[in-house]
Unconditional design. Structure first.
Length: 221
C-alpha cells in the first residue's frame, strides 16, 4: 500500500492551506498513470476537476484537510509552519495506513521534513516516509494528492467569493485581483476578515499603507 501527500495554498494570503493524501495499491497506481495524472500546477482548472473525480474512483482511500488561516498565523508566529504541515501529513498517514508514504517536502532539507513527519506518527505506525522536493512531478500518487488538494482549496476560495459577492481572485499575493480585494476591504473595515492570513507580509504591507504607518508599526491581530 502506497500513499502520496501534497499541499496546495501554502503561499496564499487568502483562504486555507489544503493538505491531501491518497492511498493506492499496485492496480490503483497503474490506473493513475493511465488517467494521465500529473502535477496539478501544469493542469487547467477543468482538467483538475475531471481528474479529481477519476482519482476518487480508483484510489483505495483519500483525505483532504483544510488548515484555516488563524492556525497558519499561529504557526508562523512561532516559526513552525513546516511543523504544522508535517503534523497534518502525519495525521493523514495514520488514517490511511500505508506501508510507505511519499510526501512533497516543504522544508529546504528533505530529510529533515521526513523526520518531522515521522515524529508525529502515532505509536505503532510503521509507515516509511520519503520526502522529496518536486515529488508531485515525480510520483503519480503524489500528483494525485496535489490535484485533490488544489481542487478542494479552489472550491473553498470560490465559496468565499459566493458568500461575499465580490471577486477575490486566486488568493495569492501575485494576483492583482487579490491585492485589489485586500486594499478595498482594509480601506473600508480597517481590519481583515478571518479568511485572510494576517501574518503574511502582503497583508501587513497593505494595512500599513492604508493606515499611513510604517510596516514595523503594524502588528497583525
Amino acid at each position: 500500500m502506497v500513499a502520496g501527500l501534497d499541499e496546495a495554498g501554502r503561499g496564499s494570503v487568502i483562504g486555507p492551506m489544503a493538505v491531501a493524501g491518497v492511498l493506492v495499491d499496485e492496480g490503483g497506481l497503474e490506473a493513475l498513470v493511465e488517467m494521465g495524472v500529473r502535477d496539478s500546477k501544469v493542469l487547467r482548472p477543468r482538467e483538475r476537476e475531471e481528474l479529481a473525480e477519476g482519482i476518487r474512483c480508483v484510489v483505495l482511500a483519500h483525505r483532504v484537510i483544510l488548515i484555516p488561516p488563524c492556525e497558519i498565523d499561529r504557526a508562523v508566529s512561532r516559526g513552525a509552519l513546516n511543523k504544522l504541515e508535517a503534523r497534518v501529513m502525519a495525521d493523514i498517514i495514520c488514517e490511511l495506513g500505508p506501508d510507505i508514504a511519499y510526501v512533497d517536502a516543504s522544508d529546504v532539507v528533505e530529510g529533515r521534513f521526513a523526520r518531522a513527519v515521522r515524529s508525529f506518527l502515532r505509536p505503532g505506525v510503521k509507515t516509511a516516509v520519503v520526502a522529496e522536493h518536486g515529488a508531485d512531478a515525480r510520483y503519480p500518487v503524489v500528483a494525485a494528492a496535489s490535484i485533490l488538494a488544489k481542487v478542494e482549496r479552489d472550491r473553498a476560495v470560490r465559496a468565499l467569493e459566493e458568500d461575499l459577492g465580490v471577486e477575490i481572485g486566486s488568493g495569492y499575493p501575485t494576483d492583482p485581483r487579490t491585492l485589489r480585494f485586500l486594499r478595498n476591504w482594509y480601506a473600508r473595515h480597517k481590519r481583515y476578515p478571518d479568511f485572510v492570513r494576517r501574518s503574511w507580509r502582503t497583508a501587513r504591507e497593505i494595512a500599513a499603507e492604508v493606515l499611513g504607518t510604517r510596516l514595523d508599526d503594524w502588528l497583525y491581530e
